[in-house]
Ligand binder design. Structure first.
Ligand code: SF4
Ligand code: SF4
Length: 264
């Protein structure tokens, strides 16, 4: 019987999410027994035009070439999964969307005439149909392996959209807001990281994106009690997942920026 084909493609990103595969150790060797890895340049196989049953996409769309390439990848893929904040919301690099691209390019590059870029950094779902999204910056091995296991078993993967707070309670972690009086985005952030930051006594900064029904308005009011001004508060929301609608809405409101939110 032919093994399912798996591909991992990279767009504008730091490569950090692909490490979820490379750090899998023995599980990666086991995966290679169960699927045929047709494209994964960071791990070896290179065949960008290969058809795949399961395609993972890391990174955002920020150049005209990427706009074309993602359409071809979608055509070649049966099931397409985005991995990480870059691919699911545009990533930290989407902060450029708040300014004109020409301004950024002129202030960063010595020879801006060689830079061919789009005006924005956008999520994969803004360009093609996405079947499943894995959030995080970076995503972890458990997330990617669980998704693959589900698909190989013939069921659609699911991800929890509960908040990091719930996970903290389940794991008996001390709340940094209550115990230390420090801001933490845990109440409005999707779980999945295993409460990494609160486990070491620091607040969550929202790298897994907004949880279900996030009350960002209330959290922002609460944070003001810690003496944070609107500008500092806005930075909490306009960070790694700055284009996720719930964070974008709250952050721009605090900054007084009028912006059109395209999708929820
Ligand atoms: S989501 Fe974070 S870790 Fe993943 S590629 Fe983007 S910047 Fe890197
Ligand atoms: S606690 Fe928050 S910022 Fe830290 S890894 Fe988890 S989701 Fe990301």
């Amino acid at each position: 019987m032919q093994k399912p084909k798996l591909a991992v493609h990279k767009f504008t990103s730091c490569d950090g999410c692909q490490l979820a595969f490379l750090n899998a150790g023995e599980a990666l060797l086991e995966l290679a027994n169960q699927v045929d890895i047709v494209h994964f340049p960071e791990a070896g196989p290179v065949n960008p035009n290969a058809k795949a049953d399961i395609t993972f996409v890391e990174g955002s769309i920020s150049t005209p070439q990427e706009e074309k390439r993602i359409k071809q990848i979608r055509e070649n893929s049966k099931y397409l999964i985005t991995i990480g904040a870059c691919a699911t919301t545009g990533g930290i690099q989407a902060l450029r969307n708040f300014e004109t691209a020409d301004k950024w390019v002129a202030s960063i590059y010595a020879s801006p005439e060689h830079i061919h870029t789009l005006a924005t950094s956008t999520a994969i779902a803004n360009h093609v149909k996405v079947d499943f999204e894995l959030w995080g910056c970076p995503v972890n091995t458990k997330q990617v392996m669980t998704a693959i296991r589900s698909l190989l078993s013939g069921v659609a993967p699911v991800a929890s959209s509960e908040s990091v707070c719930i996970d903290c309670k389940n794991k008996n972690k001390v709340c940094v807001v209550v115990a230390k009086g420090e801001p933490c985005l845990g109440p409005v952030t999707k779980t999945g990281c295993g409460v990494l930051c609160p486990s070491v006594g620091r607040g969550c900064y929202g790298c897994y994106g907004p949880s279900e029904n996030p009350n960002t308005e209330s959290l922002a009011k609460w944070f003001k009690q810690f003496g944070l001004g609107d500008e500092q508060l806005a930075r909490y929301f306009l960070h790694i997942n700055n284009q996720a609608p719930a964070f974008l809405r709250q952050g721009t409101k605090l900054k007084g920026i009028r912006i059109k939110v395209v999708k929820d």
